[in-house]
Structures are given as structure tokens and as C-alpha cells.
Design a protein around this ligand. Structure first.
Ligand SMILES: [Zn+2]
Length: 134
């Protein structure tokens, strides 16, 4: 192996490392931006219990859980407090709203940027729960 080829390998390896690092930084920035945007779109509240949150206390919740095939699409993301996020767990939105109609009611009010199918589903679940309670 000549001196030059050794140098080339080192250089390319360094470049790859740098690119990887850069990608990671970009991913972190992206995540922060997504959180900030989602938080703003959710009126800086937990969309389920309606509690006003600071950015540090807010968590990102996937309305349709990742574990059930949900995506990172902005229309699938809402801000939630840790408690509600845990309460919801891997429940589908309709299951969650049927069990906790108050969460559905707040969701309709605060999850403004979420996919409209979710809002429609929340409205249906809440009115169904109200009809059963009456
Ligand atoms: Zn909450």
C-alpha cells in the first residue's frame, strides 16, 4: 500500500465521520424544531388535559401511536404533558377518547394542526361518550 492510498482512506473516513456527525446535529435540530412548531400549534398546552405547559415540560405525542403503525408526520404529532402521554400509552386515538371524553374535548380545541381525520374521530368519540352518559 502506497503512502498516498493510506492518506486517502484516512481522509475519506474523516469525511464520513464528519458527515455522520453533521447529520446527527441536523436531526437534533429538526427534532427541536418539530417540537417547537407542534407546541406552538397546540396553543402551548397539553392537547388532552388542556394544561398550559412550558416547552421543557411538553412531550411529543404521536396521535396514532408509532407502535401501531403511526408516522412522524406533523399531522400525527401533538404536544402533551407527560401524564397524559403515559395515560394514552399505545392506545389508538379513538380508544383513548372513548375512555376519556374530556381528552377528546380538549383535543378538538387545542390540536389545531393535527390531521382532520383525528379531529373528526375525536368529535365522534366524544359525542358517543356523551350520549351513553346521558
Ligand atoms: Zn395532559
Amino acid at each position: 500500500m502506497s503512502h498516498r492510498s493510506v492518506h486517502r482512506i484516512f481522509a475519506s473516513r474523516a469525511r464520513r465521520g464528519l458527515a455522520r456527525n453533521h447529520r446527527r446535529v441536523l436531526a437534533q435540530q429538526h427534532k427541536r424544531n418539530v417540537k417547537r412548531t407542534t407546541f406552538r400549534d397546540c396553543a402551548r398546552r397539553c392537547v388532552y388535559c388542556g394544561t398550559a405547559l412550558g416547552l421543557d415540560l411538553a412531550t411529543l405525542d404521536h396521535v396514532y401511536p408509532l407502535s401501531r403503525g403511526g408516522t412522524h408526520d406533523p399531522g400525527n404529532l401533538v404536544a402533551a404533558c407527560q401524564h397524559c402521554n403515559q395515560l394514552k400509552g399505545s392506545m389508538l386515538p379513538n380508544e383513548f377518547f372513548a375512555r376519556y371524553p374530556w381528552a377528546g374535548a380538549n383535543f378538538m380545541r387545542y390540536a389545531r394542526a393535527v390531521h382532520r381525520n383525528f379531529k373528526r374521530g375525536a368529535r365522534r368519540a366524544v359525542s358517543l361518550a356523551c350520549a351513553q352518559a346521558a
